[in-house]
Design a protein. Structure first.
Length: 230
């Protein structure tokens, strides 16, 4: 037995109303704002805690790493951004997170390095050892990695590179210049275990520094213009 035409029409109208209401509900639900995924004032998350820890280890932040993005955290982020040639907006967006070594929470662990680590190591090699022989470029990369493993230094490539006062290329802005292709190869060599520096954790150009402390460090070897030391 089939339904009468009038009943069929009523059913169709009822289904149409249900579908219309459901569609209207979906439209009423606001889509997540892309900006909400960024750590900024008002955010409260594990990512914020990691940001605070990084900034605290580098001397930009003195508060507690409580995971709450307040005014003091914003000030610290702004200082980090200005110091490292980033857009100073106080928001920990993708570029700022990459500079901190927190992009997609990619941390160095168990000897595994992210692409961000490779790129940052190539950046610092290019900025610090441009014009040096390839062996010297690898040695500069090795020094960075030796510091990562050393208890007296931060435990990540980003932490070592952006440690306040550690590298002149950060303070003079050369870190932001175009990366030499040889430096990319040197970074990969160093990450694969090559260490022409002989285990050095410091290096300097004796023609360019008068710093008495660095000159007092025991020299391991010279490569190009750099002296590598303990």
């Amino acid at each position: 037995m089939t339904a009468s035409p009038s009943k069929a029409r009523r059913r169709m109208c009822f289904l149409f109303i249900i579908l219309f209401m459901a569609f209207g509900f979906l439209l009423a639900v606001p889509a997540p704002d892309a900006d909400e995924t960024l750590s900024k004032v008002g955010s409260h998350s594990e990512e914020v805690r990691q940001i605070q820890q990084k900034l605290k280890s580098w001397g930009y932040y003195s508060g507690d790493a409580d995971g709450i993005f307040g005014i003091e955290t914003k000030k610290a982020v702004l200082s980090f951004q200005r110091k490292n040639g980033l857009t100073a907006d106080g928001i920990a967006g993708p570029a700022t997170l990459r500079a901190m070594g927190l992009s997609d929470h990619a941390q160095t662990s168990g000897g595994a390095y992210s692409q961000n680590d490779v790129d940052l190591l190539a950046n610092i090699i290019s900025a610090e050892a441009r014009g040096e022989p390839f062996e010297g470029q690898v040695a500069v990369g090795a020094v960075v990695l030796n510091r990562v493993s050393h208890p007296s230094f931060p435990d990540s490539i980003a932490g070592v590179v952006y440690q306040p006062g550690a590298f002149t290329a950060i303070t003079d802005g050369q870190i932001n210049e175009k990366i030499a292709e040889s430096s990319r190869k040197a970074a990969k060599e160093a990450l694969n275990g090559a260490d022409p520096s002989g285990g050095a954790i410091y290096y300097y150009n004796p023609k360019k520094t008068s710093n008495k402390w660095i000159r007092s460090r025991p020299v391991i070897k010279q490569i190009g213009a750099h002296l590598f030391c303990r």
